[in-house]
Design a protein around this ligand. Structure first.
Ligand code: SF4
Length: 375
C-alpha cells in the first residue's frame, strides 16, 4: 500500500529498536498522549519489543474516554426528549452514562442517529425544520475545527434548529496537569501528531522547559512511534528537554492557521472536567458568546443531573497513566467491550479496549518499573 507500507517496514523497525537499545542506559518512562498511538503500540507489541528499561505509559488522549459522565448524562437527557434528533459519531452510543447509554435511549424510542460528519447533522436540521437537531461535539483539537465550522455554517445559513452539545478538550493543559500530579512518573512525552497538525507546536516549548521534559511530536504508524521513542530516549540520555517534531510530513510549526482562526471565532477557552480526572483549568472549549444560541446546554437547560461513576471502574487512574488496564480487577471479568463499565473499554481509542482486543490479559506483564526522576 503506497504511503503506508513504508511506515510499517520491519527492517527499518529493527534498526530503530537497535538504536534505542544501544542508547538506553537506565530506566525511563515515556507517555504517549494519544489513544490512537496506544492502539498502535499494543497492536504491534511495540512496548514488548523495547528494552526493559523503557516503559510506555498510556495517556489521557482518548476523546470518548475523557468526556465527563455529567455530559454523557446531559446527552442522554436531551436525546430522550420528544422532537429531538440527536446525532453523534458511533463510538459515543455505547459509552455508559449513570444508568443507560444512547443505544438504550434509541431502544426506548429516542431519535438517535449515527453520522460521519457534523455537517451531516446540519443537513438533517435543514431537512427537518420542525425538529431540534443536536450534534454531540466531543474530542480534542482534531475534532473541534469541523464542529466549529458547522456552527459557523448554521449561523451563516440561518439554520436555527441546530445546536451543539460541546465537550471539547485541549492537550497542553492535560500535560500540565499530569506533570503537576504528585504521582507523576512521566519523563518524556510523545505528543499527538494530529493535534499538532491543527494547533502547531507553539504551546509546547514553554511546557518542556518548565517541567524539564522532552516532548516529541509523533505520528501513528509503528515506525512513527519507534522514531518518537528513539528521539525521546536520546534527549533523556543527553539530559535535554526540547520540543522535537518527528512528524514533519504532517505537522508545521504554526499548525493550520485557517482551522485555528475558526476555533478562535466560534469557541472560547474554559475550564473543563475530564472523566475520572476532574477539572483541569483552561483545558476545554465552549461556544463563545457570539454563538451561545447554538449551545445545546443553553437551549435545553439540562440541569439537576446527579452522576454516579461505577465504584469498580478505575479508568481515572488508567487515563492518568497510574494503572495499566489489566491491573484493574474488573478487566476482562465484569468489564468487557460487550459489557463496559467505563468509557476506556468502549472507545476505539480506549486503553482498556486495546488491552482486551489484543489479548493483554495478564496483569503481571504490566507491573510498573522504577523510573529515574528527570532533572
Ligand atoms: S477495565 Fe473496565 S472497569 Fe477497569 S478501568 Fe477499564 S473501563 Fe474501568
Amino acid at each position: 500500500m503506497k504511503y503506508l507500507d513504508e511506515f510499517r517496514n520491519p527492517e527499518v523497525g529493527r534498526r530503530l529498536l537497535d538504536e534505542i537499545r544501544a542508547t538506553v542506559t537506565r530506566p525511563w518512562s515515556i507517555m504517549e498522549v494519544c489513544g490512537g498511538q496506544t492502539h498502535t503500540i499494543i497492536r504491534h507489541g511495540i512496548d514488548q519489543l523495547l528494552p526493559a528499561e523503557v516503559e510506555l505509559i498510556h495517556g489521557p488522549g482518548c476523546p470518548v474516554c475523557v468526556t465527563p459522565l455529567e455530559v454523557i448524562d446531559k446527552a442522554l437527557a436531551i436525546a430522550a426528549r420528544p422532537g429531538v434528533i440527536f446525532c453523534s459519531f458511533g463510538d459515543m452510543l455505547r459509552v455508559p452514562g449513570t444508568d443507560r447509554d444512547l443505544f438504550r435511549v434509541r431502544g426506548e424510542g429516542g431519535d438517535v442517529r449515527v453520522v460521519y460528519s457534523p455537517l451531516d447533522a446540519l443537513a438533517i436540521a435543514r431537512d427537518n425544520p420542525d425538529r431540534e437537531v443536536v450534534f454531540f461535539g466531543i474530542g480534542f483539537e482534531t475534532t473541534a475545527p469541523p464542529n466549529a465550522m458547522t456552527v459557523y455554517q448554521a449561523k451563516r445559513l440561518g439554520i436555527r434548529n441546530f445546536s451543539l452539545l460541546v465537550s471539547h478538550v485541549r492537550v497542553p493543559p492535560a500535560i500540565e496537569a499530569i506533570m503537576n500530579s504528585p504521582d507523576c512518573r512521566v519523563q518524556g512525552f510523545l505528543a499527538a501528531g494530529h493535534v499538532c497538525s491543527v494547533m502547531g507546536v507553539e504551546e509546547y516549548p514553554e511546557l518542556a522547559e518548565r517541567h524539564r521534559v522532552p516532548i516529541v511530536v509523533t505520528g501513528f504508524e509503528p515506525l512513527d512511534i519507534l522514531e518518537g521513542i528513539r528521539r525521546t530516549i536520546g534527549q533523556l540520555e543527553r539530559g535535554e528537554h526540547t520540543v522535537d517534531n518527528a512528524y514533519a510530513r504532517a505537522v508545521r510549526e504554526q499548525g493550520n492557521p485557517a482551522a485555528k482562526a475558526m476555533l478562535a471565532d466560534v469557541f472560547e477557552v474554559t475550564d473543563r472536567a475530564w472523566r475520572g480526572i476532574g477539572v483541569i483549568p483552561n483545558s476545554g472549549w465552549r461556544l463563545s458568546s457570539r454563538y451561545r444560541d447554538y449551545d445545546a446546554e443553553h437551549r435545553f437547560e439540562v440541569t439537576g443531573i446527579d452522576t454516579l461513576e461505577p465504584a469498580e471502574c478505575r479508568s481515572g487512574e488508567v487515563l492518568q497513566g497510574l494503572l495499566k488496564p489489566n491491573e484493574c480487577a474488573a478487566f476482562g471479568t465484569t468489564c468487557t467491550p460487550r459489557n463496559p463499565l467505563g468509557a476506556t473499554m468502549v472507545s476505539s481509542e480506549g486503553a482498556c479496549a486495546a488491552y482486551y482486543l489484543y489479548r493483554r490479559l495478564d496483569a503481571a506483564d504490566a507491573a510498573p518499573r522504577e523510573a529515574t526522576p528527570v532533572g
